[in-house]
Ligand binder design. Structure first.
Ligand code: GDP
Length: 613
């Protein structure tokens, strides 16, 4: 076969054979698979009109295009598949119980509470927790770790149930989207005075899609106008038929507020689990499970709540969770007590991980620290590659509407950083659900727990993304870097506000924003009293420049003493001047404001419209 050449470089040519490449692969990866020189692939791309470097991650389309040109076909390997292969290469498998039938024992069901807003999900989770703390567990401080376990008695037998205590289906869906199966049973809360509402239906659909059996808690039966029968009728339309009407869904009338029939609800959960599911796990193998929630604690480092799904997790075990790993230094249960081990369906808080895993990341215990580190590093590298592969161009929230209209971008790229993985996942899934019309795509390139870092800004620059900080700020030099590079970083502390703003931006309704820009600071060295002008400040300009007629504030010992002042007069020696620069001395008159002292600082600023990139 004659090998064609491009620009003098021999072109490798295939026979249509398939090569497997992971998402975000580079031309070098490609070249390796077909035993070619990476430079020759760069040449092919150039010939196709695209400048690509050999080591840069490229999109799926580029990989297909390139392959087609050289008569290969490409199979892009999904992240899940790749992860399975990664674990396989270490002789590990996630998701299956080891051993035989005899090794399996019954494990408690894991429950998520869902339903319409205000129907009582949070209240119910509180009520369950309060009435059913496992007895004899004194001493611990009840704390929120993202899940808890309660005991209940069914048919004279002690049974346990594990509750994921982030109410709502956002977290549930976010985890499921990542292939994690966290929940065995969903409790659908419907307020009896309100009936089936939009989010009731949404929650119901999510549970059905995940093939998770539903128990209906008809709540607020203590409220006047409560109509539990009507709720049963309404839900029939969605395929949930109550047992008493010949269906197979258990309905329990409760009052979360008064603690009414909570036990019946727990019983219904256990009975539904027994009837519909075969919940068994092998407690005698190395532990596996998923991360539910995690955050960075100032004193303790990465703190992650994991749900053990099979095996038993012990202090001293080496685990890898997503791209975090480490040896379990200590474990705390949902009452704040330290525990030495945790079996199937038990949630525990784990200390000792290198960094913070994401909600829904799976964990697996391995023999050697080295294995854990290698798996974690491979995963981190893959995430980075995948993120870079999604690169496009730079954009800001204000001009989003314009660039969308101009067809310059068809998607809004986001990087989300937050204080806890739960909130990050919730924000992400809410944003992804925004109805933004068909032409626009919202893509989350990267998400994580912790401050906005320089590497986030890097990624944003490369891919024209907007960075969202939820209850976190930029760390170190990241803020300056963002400013310098024109990366739009937005801070929020309320989820709906973030969603509203992004929705507004997509519709082109964002008002111009003003920001305060510091112009200069002046230190008061002397105070002169003038009968005509009041107190005048003899100053040394410490930074920037001070200009006449600009706004100023007065600081004393670092605290703001007065706001909204104006530099009314500015003098150098005997002359009135319009500005004085850093390092020079002069006199400032703050109009009729006279409360000035030696060592006070006058800081001047102006409000500028935030630049639109
Ligand atoms: P969520 O949005 O579903 O988590 O709802 P919440 O648990 O926050 O409850 C919403 C409101 O309903 C709160 O003011 C609760 O105190 C109230 N509530 C919850 N359950 C009951 C109940 O059984 N009876 C009454 N009267 N009020 C309830």
């Amino acid at each position: 076969m004659q090998a064609p050449s491009v620009g003098g470089v021999m072109l490798p040519r295939g026979n249509g054979e398939a090569i497997r490449l992971s998402r975000g692969a580079s031309l070098t990866d490609f070249a390796e698979k077909i035993n070619a020189n990476p430079a020759s692939l760069v040449a092919v791309m150039m010939n196709l009109g695209e400048m690509v470097t050999a080591t840069q991650s490229v999109s799926d389309e580029t990989l297909h295009l390139l392959a087609g040109e050289m008569n290969y076909t490409v199979q892009i390997v999904s992240p899940e598949e790749e992860d399975r292969e990664l674990l396989e290469s270490f002789d590990l498998e996630f998701g299956e119980n080891e051993g035989t039938e005899e090794d399996l024992v019954v494990r408690p069901p894991v429950v998520t509470v869902m339903g319409h807003v205000d129907h009582g999900k949070t209240r119910l989770l509180d009520a369950i927790r309060k009435t059913n703390v496992i007895a004899g567990e004194a001493g611990g401080i009840t704390q929120h770790i993202g899940a808890y376990q309660v005991a209940t008695e069914v048919n004279g037998e002690d049974r346990a149930i594990t509750f994921i205590d982030t109410p709502g289906h956002e977290a549930f869906t976010a985890m499921r989207a990542r292939g994690a199966r966290s929940t065995d049973i969903a409790i659908l809360v419907v307020a009896a005075n309100d009936g089936v509402m939009p989010q009731t239906v949404e929650a119901l659909n999510h549970a059905k899609a995940a093939e998770v059996p539903i128990v209906v808690a008809v709540n607020k039966i203590d409220v006047e106008g409560a109509d539990p029968t009507k709720v049963r009728g309404q839900l029939t339309e969605y395929g949930l038929v109550a047992e008493e009407y010949g269906g197979d869904t258990m309905f329990v009338d409760i009052s979360a507020k008064q603690g009414l029939h909570i036990d019946n609800l727990l019983e219904a959960v256990v009975l539904t689990a027994d009837a519909a599911l075969d919940l068994r796990a092998n407690p005698h193998q190395d532990a596996q499970g998923i991360a539910i929630e995690s955050r960075l604690d100032r004193g303790r480092g990465a703190v992650a709540t994991v749900l053990v799904q099979r095996g038993t997790l012990r202090v001293g075990d080496t685990m890898v969770v997503g791209d975090a790993y480490g040896r379990v230094r200590a474990m705390l249960d949902d009452s704040g007590n330290t525990v030495a081990e945790a079996g199937p369906s038990t949630p525990v808080q784990v200390l000792g991980l290198t960094n913070v895993p994401g909600a829904g990341d799976n964990f697996i215990v391995v023999e050697e620290d080295r294995t854990a580190r290698q798996i974690a590093e491979k995963r981190a590298a893959r995430e980075r590659n995948a993120a870079f592969a999604k690169r496009t161009r730079r954009v800001s929230l204000e001009d989003l509407d314009k660039v969308l209209k101009a067809g310059e971008v068809q998607q809004l790229n986001l990087i989300i950083k937050g204080d806890a993985s739960g909130s990050v996942e919730a924000l992400e899934s809410s944003l992804l659900q925004l109805d933004v019309g068909e032409e626009v795509d919202i893509r989350v390139l990267h998400r994580g727990v912790g401050a906005v870092t320089e590497s986030d800004i890097d990624l944003a620059m490369g891919s024209d993304a907007i960075v969202i900080g939820f209850n976190v700020r930029a760390a170190g030099r990241a803020a300056q870097m963002a400013e310098r590079e024109g990366v739009d970083v937005r801070y929020y502390s309320v989820i709906y506000q973030a969603i509203e703003e992004i929705e507004a931006a997509l519709k082109g309704m964002l008002k111009p924003e003003y920001e305060e820009v510091e112009l200069g600071t002046a230190e008061i060295r002397e105070v002169f009293r003038s009968s005509k002008l009041g107190n005048l400040a003899g100053v040394l300009i410490r930074s920037g420049e001070v200009r006449r007629n600009t706004k100023a504030r007065l600081l004393r010992d670092g605290k703001v003493i007065a706001e909204n002042l104006t530099i009314e007069g500015l003098r150098r020696f005997k002359d009135d001047v319009t500005e004085i620069r850093e390092g020079f001395e002069g006199g400032i008159n703050l109009g009729n404001f006279n409360d000035i002292k030696v060592d006070d600082v006058i800081a001047t600023y102006e409000m500028r419209e935030k630049p639109r990139a």
